[in-house]
Every structure is written in structure tokens, then in C-alpha cells.
Write a protein that binds this ligand. Structure first.
Ligand code: CP3
Length: 341
């Protein structure tokens, strides 16, 4: 078993810098497209353990990455909390009847993962028998899940989320508490089933000012991380557009901090300090550069990563669906070659 990724998460010595890619199982891979077609759509794919396991392993086989990430979506537990979820081809996820009132929050349940999302547990069990690299489980972080539940879809300004936060902080906090309980129980179930590390995706926390992050997102995230620490696996926390929040983010209790590409990795490490490892941070669209220029950027990121407690190479956010696969293959190979100790 290649455990280099887990060792880097813990800040231990590694023979080379491990690499995986956010959204590594996805539409840029023709192999993925085929299985998605066979499943009859994205949500069906998430809920069919044999096929979800197959697309989870594809990037390990095709790219040679050092970790696999469970194939699912951050909105799966939101559906289990009682919302009606749909993925439309052009608009992305849609959650019907967005949460704006106390009675809507009261109607939400804290789901039992084994009962209401058995396919997640089953997918993980299949994968642990099959994989020769560690398996990462994941969840949306409370704030990011709340944005989808309150907006009902993706948003640019998050006006409904911030309006609820500022005008009805009591309702907002009841919602966040329910989501936090769900996240803890969902990730604990993934770990019990065999996930060897977990990542919390806080994709939209970067839209908050540091003050609002500290008041409306961080307390819930910290309490989730504190609970999950008891499970004993590395915890990765990723915020897209994290630059202005790193001073607060480093106090979240996670083992690894994900860094997007807008912040220089050396500067990020100076702010994060030596207590956490880092993960990142190539611009996903840099994969459209010529190969030699990608390699220059890889070398620079690897060099900067040396200053951290540990470094896991990744993109600064999810891979774009139009990315040429051969560039991704050579990226992974370059990370391994240039970082060999
Ligand atoms: O990383 C992986 O390979 C594992 C699978 C994974 C998916 N979504 C599969 C997916 C993970 C970890 C996620 C997380 C996720 N989902 C996040 C957080 C990370 C991030 O990218 O910011 C968010 C915000 C979502 C919600 C979501 N799911 C959106 C906004 C969309 C539409 C955008 C898009 O890329 O289409 C999805 C759909 C989605 N999730 C796809 C995949 C492979 C594409 C669906 C398809 O095949 O049509």
C-alpha cells in the first residue's frame, strides 16, 4: 500500500511529494463519461456503489495519483436531510424550496448515514478492497452546505445567505447546528467504513469577511473538526479564495490546509506556520499551458512546499472539464520526478 499521502498529511518524511487532484474523477476523463452514461446520470452514478467505485479508481489508474477520493457530491447529505436535489445539465445543482425560515430548518433531519446513504458506505467498502492508495472521504463544510441550502443553487453574491445571517442570526445558527451534526455523523460513518483521511470542502467561505468568517462559519467548523479528531484520521480543510482568512483558518484544528492558487504558497505557509501541512496550489487552468511551462510552475510550487510541515501537491481548486488528459498525466509524473528525495 502506497501510504505516502497519509505520511505527508502527518508531516512525516516522504520519498517524494504525493499528488492528487480535486475533482480528479470527472468529465475531462472519457472513461468517466462512459460510466456516467451507463449509470443514467450523475446522481444515479453517485448512488450505484459498483459504478461509483469504478470511477473513483479511474484517476488512480489513468493518472497515477497517490490518493483516491470517494466519488460522490457534497450535496448528497443535504438530500438526506430532507431537501429535493436535482442536477441539471447546464445549471448545476438545484435544491428545491430553499431554507429561509425557522419552520423550514425545523423540518430538516439529521440523517443516519448507514440508513439513508448506504451507497456511500458500500462504495467505500468496495474501494478499500481494491485500492493500493489511501481513500479520502469528504463532506462539504457547514458554511458551504448552508449556502446551497439557503440559495437553492449556486450564487454570485450569496445575498440570501448573508441576509439570513445578518437579519435572522438565530435561524441561521439553528441551521448551522443541524448541518454540523450531519457533517460529523456523515464523516464518522465514512471513516468507520474505511476512509483513511477526510477533506472538508468550504468552497464558498472565501466570500466572508474575516469578522463574519469568525462569527458565522468558524465556530461550527471547529466543533466539527474537534469531534472528528477522535476518529484518528488526517483532516484536510479547503477554502477556495482563502488568502484573507489564513490567520483564522490555521486555528481550525485540521492537519492539512488546502490553498487555492490566488495566494502564493510561500506566503500562505508563512501565515499558516509549522503546525499544519499544506495542499495545493496550481491554477487548474494552468493545465492549458505548454508542458515545459507547467513543469516550471510545478518546480516552483514544490520548492515553496518544502517550507511547510508537509506538502501534498494538488490544484488550487477542481479540475476543469475541458482539461486535456495528457497534460494531467504529465503533471503527476512531473510532481513525482522533480520532488524525488
Ligand atoms: O473530487 C472528486 O473526484 C470526487 C467527487 C466530487 C464531486 N463533487 C463530483 C462531481 C467532489 C469532491 C465534489 C465536491 C463538490 N460538489 C463541491 C466542493 C468542491 C468544489 O469543487 O468546490 C461542490 C461545491 C459541489 C457541488 C457541485 N457538484 C456543483 C456546483 C456541481 C456542478 C458544477 C460542475 O462541475 O458540473 C457539481 C457536479 C459534480 N460533482 C460533477 C462531478 C464529477 C459533474 C457532474 C456530471 O458528471 O455531470
Amino acid at each position: 500500500m502506497n501510504d505516502i499521502f497519509l505520511r505527508a498529511c502527518r508531516g512525516e518524511e516522504v520519498p517524494y511529494t504525493p499528488v492528487w487532484i480535486m475533482r480528479q474523477a470527472g468529465r475531462y476523463l472519457p472513461e468517466y463519461q462512459r460510466v456516467r452514461e451507463e449509470a443514467g446520470g450523475f446522481l444515479k452514478l453517485c448512488k450505484t456503489p459498483e459504478l461509483a467505485a469504478e470511477v473513483t479508481t479511474q484517476p488512480v489508474d489513468v493518472l497515477g495519483v497517490d490518493a483516491a477520493i470517494l466519488f460522490s457530491d457534497i450535496l448528497i447529505p443535504v438530500e438526506a436531510m430532507g431537501m429535493h436535489l436535482e442536477f441539471s445539465e447546464d445549471k448545476g445543482p438545484v435544491l428545491h424550496d430553499p431554507i429561509r425560515t425557522k419552520s423550514a430548518v425545523d423540518r430538516l433531519v439529521v440523517p443516519d448515514t448507514e440508513d439513508s446513504m448506504p451507497f456511500v458506505v458500500d462504495t467505500i467498502k468496495i474501494l478499500r478492497k481494491r485500492l493500493a492508495v489511501p481513500l479520502i472521504g469528504f463532506s462539504g463544510a457547514p458554511f458551504t452546505l448552508a449556502t446551497y441550502m439557503i440559495e437553492g443553487k449556486g450564487s454570485k453574491d450569496f445575498v440570501n445567505t448573508k441576509r439570513l445571517m445578518f437579519q435572522n442570526p438565530g435561524i441561521f445558527s439553528l441551521l448551522m447546528e443541524k448541518i454540523t451534526m450531519t457533517v460529523v455523523s456523515y464523516l464518522s460513518a465514512q471513516i468507520r467504513a474505511g476512509a483513511q483521511a477526510v477533506q472538508l470542502f468550504d468552497t464558498w467561505a472565501g466570500v466572508l469577511s474575516p469578522l463574519d468568517y469568525r462569527n458565522f462559519a468558524q465556530p461550527y467548523l471547529r466543533s466539527a473538526v474537534a469531534e472528528l479528531r477522535k476518529e484518528g484520521v488526517p483532516i484536510i480543510y479547503f477554502v477556495n479564495d482563502c488568502g484573507g482568512l489564513l490567520g483564522d483558518i490555521k486555528k481550525c484544528g485540521a492537519d492539512v490546509i488546502g490553498v487555492d492558487w490566488r495566494t502564493d504558497l510561500r506566503d500562505a505557509i508563512k501565515k499558516i506556520g509549522k503546525k499544519c501541512a499544506v495542499q495545493g496550489n496550481l491554477d487548474p487552468l494552468a493545465l492549458f499551458l505548454p508542458k515545459d511551462e507547467i513543469e516550471d510552475r510545478v518546480k516552483e510550487i514544490l520548492w515553496k512546499g518544502e517550507f511547510a510541515r508537509g506538502h501534498i501537491f494538488n490544484l488550487g481548486h477542481g479540475i476543469h472539464k475541458e482539461t486535456p488528459v495528457d497534460k494531467v498525466v504529465s503533471l503527476v509524473e512531473a510532481v513525482h520526478r522533480f520532488s524525488e528525495r
